[in-house]
Design a protein around this ligand. Structure first.
Ligand code: PRT
Ligand code: ZN
Length: 225
């Protein structure tokens, strides 16, 4: 539980969301300096601490109330939410708003030579993914049974390596699929970065600060539209 009077915000330490997350907070008037070696960065002008972590850890930190806010891809948020519901762990948080970066889609893809008609073409086959929960939900809705091949990385090489018949992975430009002799067949989830808040009741001063930041974010995003 976050009992500190300072607002704790978790952002990705290094990766596709890091730069934009820091840029967004800075454009909202939060001043801070990053020391690459440090997990925490203290804001110089507001009672805010930034926690710089792996993106996969952010939903859990918010859902457990360890931090107050988090900036995360909706894909990672939703995957973790389904996993936690399955394990009966706290799985709630408040999505404050979608952000204008981190856009991607979670898609099914198969080798170029695969004769794909629809998702039922994958019936009984093996699908490599880092998103087993989002994939299961989609396939269950379609009534298709398949086998899992859970990979945290290098998902796109799984078919060529003989580990799977198809994949379910994030796509933005499609260049990675093409480079690996795969083609996209179905989008199963569309994602953007978003900002989330812990469901725990906040101290009034902290809640007021959250609202101030959110209203600034709304202004920044609107100005770019
Ligand atoms: O180290 P850490 O765990 O924090 O980072 P990570 O390696 O798990 O995540 P990272 O930094 O790669 O991505 C963070 C988030 O960015 C994702 O969860 C998405 O919400 C978002 N995002 C947006 C993407 C992409 N676009 C994307 N293209 N995440 C990953 N990719 C990868 C994809 O997995 C594939 O390997 O890029 C490749 C495909 O890109 P294209 O352009 O070739 O289609
Ligand atoms: Zn990650």
């Amino acid at each position: 539980m976050s009992e500190s009077n300072r607002l704790r915000i978790a952002i990705q330490k290094s990766g596709r969301l890091s730069k934009e997350s820091m840029k967004l907070l800075r454009s909202c008037g939060v001043k801070f300096n990053i020391n690459e070696q440090r997990l925490i960065a203290h804001s110089d002008n507001l009672p805010i601490d930034l926690l710089r972590v792996r993106d996969d850890d952010i939903p859990g930190l918010v859902m457990d109330g360890v931090v107050d806010l988090g900036i995360i891809g909706e894909n990672v948020l939703e995957e973790e939410q389904i996993e936690r519901e399955r394990l009966d762990k706290p799985a709630s948080c408040i999505k404050l708003r979608e952000l204008d970066f981190g856009a991607c889609r979670l898609s099914l893809a198969v080798p170029n030579e695969f004769n794909y008609e629809d998702a039922s073409s994958l019936e009984g086959l093996r699908i490599a993914t880092s998103y087993p929960n989002l994939l299961r939900r989609y396939m269950q809705r379609k009534g298709i049974t398949y086998n899992d091949c859970m990979l945290k990385g290098s998902v796109e090489v799984a078919p060529r390596a003989g580990l799977a018949d198809g994949i379910c992975d994030l796509v933005s430009t499609g260049a990675t699929l093409e480079a690996n002799g795969l083609y996209e067949t179905e989008v199963i989830y569309r994602s953007n970065a978003c900002i989330i808040q812990s469901s725990e009741v906040q101290l009034p001063a902290k809640q007021a600060l959250i609202e101030k930041i959110l209203s600034r974010i709304n202004g920044v995003v609107r100005a770019k539209e």
